[in-house]
Design a protein around this ligand. Structure first.
Ligand code: NOJ
Length: 744
């Protein structure tokens, strides 16, 4: 393979090499047979495109490949990429939802299914998994993320990479994964999308980088850089992180692509005009330039003349630039070789069959039921098939929002609405009140202008809709009310000042509660929302996210007991929008101090009393899980020893149940402040009614290492001997402690 690449490199002209670094969007694409003279076609004819993303049909991919081969003197093929974020045609729950399953086999399975669908349409690379840790609910891209915890995110990165790539990215039905966005894109200042991240190197190393290290160790073939700057340097120019950490420290040997016009945007970051930022991006290790075409425009002159820009503090000789072009081109060609495209340019374009849509639907439904988190249940759930249900609220009959953000190849016609799902499951049509403009009310209404027609507006007033809702509620035995946000309210460029349920939804739930009937609240959302009084008014509360084509069917299964809830929050739900960013792994401070006056105790003067915290890792089931006391195989150990922590978990309930046993640790004395608790392991088990199981965690000293990093270059991982407190339980709060001492 390497020889093939070297042979091509030896024969290529400078222009041909630069052409390979150009990554374009398909737009309308091309059609076979038609004589087309689009800008894309012209580029293909000139051999000036290395890859294309966003093809919409196999025929178009074939036409573009034909054209590229004809335009390339050496017959170098394109590869095709797409945003396959939570499924391709078969849309699965949002990544943040699927992460709540904590089910790594399921993540692998859905990724493998998405890969097979994508591959059957001629795609070779997917821009996934997105593995940005996010602790700020204002940031709309939480929807695409694995949540707030580095260990969970790392395991998801591994599972998704394995699902997409299998053992070989050139295997049938497999595609190359692209880990994104490198890095700390999920930590923007103020939660505003694209904003820069200012954080300690220790946080970068221990929170934001581990999922990338894990994905790389699993063999992820590519990485996408992020739009933001990290500690003052924009990531598309961040040589210390890309060439230094990613390639130097993790040994990553794959392809790095820019994000959409990310190279061009370096100018707006204040890093210099076009030639300067092109040289900086290439030097930093960005191999392909997505859409901006700045590599194509600037590299020929840079390769001829070199660059001296003292104002930006950079200088490159022409030889150095040519060396960097060779380096990037070699990586692009190696990627194509690994995809099998240098042997067969049409590999993947029409030679793999799509998996059956029916099996996709079944998987999507199971995934949806595994992703919805039951937060409260005063005994009302599961419902009986014969129960008279009033199904109320803006998502009762909704289909389009269920797909969630970043479902570029999804089709809302594939969604079964909640009311249809309930009818199909119970054989009875629920009594439904539909109130679209309850979503459009208050703060959401202002947003309509930002994204166009994002939310269907019901012409009636809120008062009319409430009357209708109460009328339907009166005829029922149990009220199921749907609240939340529209799909456009989460996602890229959809940050929100107020990640909370709209006021109108509070009014709706409060009015329904007044009826005295049990109220089951279902939240459909793309981000963790502060639930406020809705959580208090609910008799049962299910956080269902945007669950994809079968999201509502998964919810119906949970409501009527055809499936048992098992999901656990992968993010802390904020008590109030003003509380974010928030996570379970916060650091201790000197205050509050026992005994001092009230003001020091609450943290927030204006946080309403009595709100329920739904912490990271939290979720209920229909079973009755009982945890025995944790036992250690040794209370004192030396580095190099393995210590076992065991406990018995019993399902005392009447149904089979999945339990996620979580293990946290705190390190009370260290050289720097450590998080008050951090997760070090979790295990998922399935228990039949009455079954007990011994759960065993293996501990080693390495799990307690932490970075000390006065600078990125000077970073070192340390571990001190001493006391560690382990906390084991069903979530990050309700744990039992046990102490362990490392003697060395
Ligand atoms: C911009 C987004 O940030 C990235 O996630 C996506 O893959 C690219 N656009 C391509 O659509």
């Amino acid at each position: 393979m390497q020889r093939q690449v070297d042979r091509l490199m030896a024969e290529m002209t400078l222009a041909e090499k630069i052409g390979q670094l150009n990554l374009l969007a398909a737009g309308e694409g091309l059609t076979t047979g038609a004589k087309q003279d689009t800008p894309l076609a012209q580029r293909l004819d000139a051999g000036a495109v290395g890859a294309i993303f966003g093809t919409k049909s196999l025929a178009s991919a074939r036409a573009m490949q034909d054209r590229a081969l004809a335009g390339s003197r050496l017959g170098i093929p394109l590869f095709f990429a797409e945003d396959v974020i939570h499924g391709h045609r078969t849309v699965f729950p949002l990544p943040v939802a699927l992460a709540c399953s904590w089910d790594l086999d399921l993540v692998e399975e859905t990724s493998a299914f998405a890969a097979a669908e994508a591959a059957s349409e001629g795609l070779h690379q997917v821009y996934a998994p997105m593995i940005d840790i996010s602790r700020d609910a204002r940031w709309g891209r939480v929807a695409e993320s694995p949540g707030e915890d580095p260990l969970l995110a790392s395991r998801i990165a591994v599972a998704a990479t394995r699902g997409f790539q299998g053992r070989d990215i050139a295997g049938a039905g497999r595609v190359a994964a692209c880990l994104k966005h490198f890095v700390a894109y999920g930590a923007p200042d103020s939660g505003r999308d694209y904003d820069n991240a200012s954080l300690s190197w220790e946080d970068l190393l221990s929170i934001y980088l581990p999922p990338f290290a894990a994905g790389v160790a699993e063999g992820a073939a590519s990485v996408m850089a992020s739009f933001n700057a990290v500690n003052k340097l924009a990531m598309h120019a961040h040589a210390p992180l890309i060439e230094g950490w990613l390639r130097g420290r993790t040994g990553f040997g794959g392809l790095v692509v820019s994000d959409y016009t990310g190279v061009k945007e370096l100018t707006a970051h204040g890093l210099g005009p076009a030639p300067v930022v092109v040289a900086r991006a290439l030097h930093a290790g960005i191999d392909m330039d997505m859409v901006g075409e700045d590599y194509l425009a600037e590299l020929p002159a840079l390769a001829r003349d070199g660059l001296s820009a003292p104002d930006a503090g950079v200088a490159f000789s022409a030889d150095e630039i040519r060396g960097l072009i060779d380096r990037a081109c070699h990586r692009v060609l190696s990627f194509k070789a690994a995809l099998g495209l240098l042997d067969d340019p049409f590999r993947g374009i029409g030679d793999t069959e799509a998996p059956s849509r029916l099996s996709g639907r079944k998987l999507a439904r199971r995934a949806a039921a595994r992703s919805a988190v039951l937060l409260k249940n005063d005994g009302v759930l599961p419902l009986d098939d014969a129960t008279g249900v009033a199904l109320i609220g803006p998502f009762a009959r909704d289909r389009r929002n269920m797909l969630g953000t970043w479902a570029v190849s999804g089709n809302s016609d594939d969604v079964v609405s909640l009311s249809d799902a309930v009818a199909a499951l119970t054989g009875r049509m629920p009594d439904t009140a539909w109130g679209a403009n309850i979503v459009a009310d208050s703060w959401l209404e202002r947003r309509l202008n930002v994204h166009g027609t994002t939310v269907e507006a019901d012409p009636r007033t809120e008062a009319d809709l409430l009357l209708e809702a109460l009328e339907v509620a009166r005829r029922s035995e149990v009220i199921v009310v749907t609240v939340g946000e529209a799909k456009e309210h989460a996602g890229e460029s959809s940050s929100s000042l107020s990640p909370a349920l709209p006021e109108a939804h509070h009014r709706l739930v409060a009015a329904l509660k007044e009826t005295g009937k049990p109220v089951v609240v279902i939240v459909f959302a793309g981000r963790p929302l502060a639930l406020g009084s809705v959580a208090e008014n609910a008799d049962a509360l299910l956080y269902a996210w945007h669950g994809g084509i079968s999201g509502p069917e998964g919810v119906a299964d949970l409501l009527f007991g055809a499936a048992s809830p098992s999901a656990r929050l992968c993010v802390t739900l904020p008590l109030h929008p003003g509380e974010v960013p928030v996570s379970h792994a916060e650091e201790p401070t000197g205050r509050p101090f026992p005994g001092v006056f009230q003001k020091f105790r609450t943290g927030w003067l204006d946080l309403p009393d009595g709100l329920t915290r739904f912490p990271f890792g939290f979720g209920l089931g229909y079973g009755d899980m009982r945890y025995g006391p944790p036992r250690l195989s040794a209370a004192r150990a030396h580095a190099g020893d393995k210590v076992l922590l065991s406990l018995t978990v019993e399902n005392a309930g009447p149904r089979e149940a999945v339990e996620t046993v979580q293990l946290y640790a705190s390190d009370p004395v260290a050289r720097i402040t450590r998080p008050a608790r951090f997760m070090i392991d979790f295990k998922q088990i399935t228990l039949s009614p009455g079954e007990s199981r011994e759960v065993v965690f293996e501990l080693d000293a390495g799990q307690f290492a932490y970075p000390l990093a006065p600078s990125l270059d000077a970073a070192e991982w340390l571990r001190d001997p001493g006391q560690i407190i382990l906390h084991v339980g069903p979530n990050s709060r309700d744990t039992q402690p046990v102490e362990l001492t490392w003697l060395s």
